[in-house]
Write a protein that binds this ligand. Structure first.
Ligand SMILES: [Zn+2]
Length: 329
């Protein structure tokens, strides 16, 4: 029986799932309701040609669209304990996991790949909303840490496409622990002075927005993406007030200074390439001084050091830097 449920049934489901997407399939846009031809939609990067609604896409589609000649290498992610809490709600967590794995063909909700974007090396992590709502659990936590380690090893920027309903409640406190863990992983990346670029896609909510998804050096979002901690319905019910139109959507957040850019999917690759190029060239310059040190260095000149206002020892702040730079030259 075990053999039947574990081996035969998933394979059978996989086969039937494949047959559900023939070439002549029409897809209804969830926003404007227009029927879209599936191959047209695919050619348009899964953006509705009538209303520009950005549909949710998985890691493979992202990687294919992003990397040069659609060539990339997936990295193997660390194994994590399965169902450590033996959790069960209306269904066993192990069963939910099995279903999600059969549906997506992936181990968990995040995949990490590396390759080149316009010739520049990059590590890209993509969260899959189709896998249990992209929820942040042990596996996603490990994936982010593995991605940041790989980026440090390759001295490459890390680009993360976030999409999640929040933390994976079936893993309880262990999923919440991934918030500080991933934050530390990202911090290590920043200490190595490598850029962390976040692309927020629809929807990015809950614990994910309370950790790594909001820590990007550059925060980009796709048009219309819902980005929030608590959802609009919860807030509306709590404060008993009507929320403004477009509340918690990408454009609203951009207007209120929470994002740097809202970028259409067709321009995503070019934008990311430009950002990597700009930051990469800045970092390569030998004269680049970390912003923190540079700020200290500016007011302390040799002449100023004689001034009563400036303590003599503070003049030394710039000294090792300048010496180092001269030695480097
Ligand atoms: Zn539409």
């Amino acid at each position: 029986m075990n053999w039947l449920t574990n081996k035969v049934l998933p394979k059978f489901r996989e086969l039937t799932a494949r047959q559900e997407t023939p070439d002549n399939l029409w897809i209804k846009c969830p926003d404007c309701g227009q029927m879209l031809f599936h191959s047209d939609l695919e050619a348009n990067q899964n953006v509705c040609s009538h209303c520009e609604h950005h549909m949710r896409i998985g890691p493979t589609t992202r990687f294919t669209a992003l990397f040069d000649n659609s060539r990339y290498d997936l990295i193997e992610l660390p194994e994590v304990p399965v169902d450590p809490l033996k959790f069960r709600d209306s269904k066993k967590y192990t069963e939910r996991l099995k279903d999600a794995r059969n549906k997506t063909g992936d181990r968990d909700a995040m995949k990490v790949a590396h390759g080149k974007i316009d010739g520049n090396p990059a590590v890209v992590a993509v969260q899959n909303f189709n896998f249990m709502g992209g929820s942040l659990g042990l596996a996603v936590g490990e994936a982010i840490i593995a991605a940041s380690k790989l980026a440090i090893l390759q001295k490459a920027p890390l680009i993360l496409f976030a999409a999640a309903g929040g933390a994976r409640m079936q893993e309880g406190i262990l999923s919440l622990m991934q918030m500080p863990r991933t934050t530390v992983g990202i911090q290590r990346l920043k200490e190595s002075r490598l850029p962390f670029i976040v692309v927020l896609t629809d929807p990015t909510t809950g614990g994910v927005t309370a950790s790594y998804a909001m820590l990007g050096d550059i925060q980009i979002a796709e048009p219309g993406a819902l980005i929030c901690f608590a959802g609009p319905r919860v807030i509306e019910e709590t404060i008993r007030e009507k929320l403004p139109e477009g509340f918690q959507r990408a454009e609203f957040l951009l207007e209120h200074g929470m994002l740097d850019m809202v970028v259409h999917r067709r321009d995503m690759r070019d934008t990311l390439s430009r950002v990597i190029d700009l930051i990469g060239n800045k970092l390569k310059k030998p004269s680049a001084i970390p912003a923190k040190k540079a700020r200290k260095a500016v007011p302390v000149k040799v002449e100023d050091a004689k001034d009563d206002n400036v303590k003599p020892e503070s003049a030394d702040v710039t000294a090792p830097e300048t010496k180092d730079l001269k030695a480097a030259e």
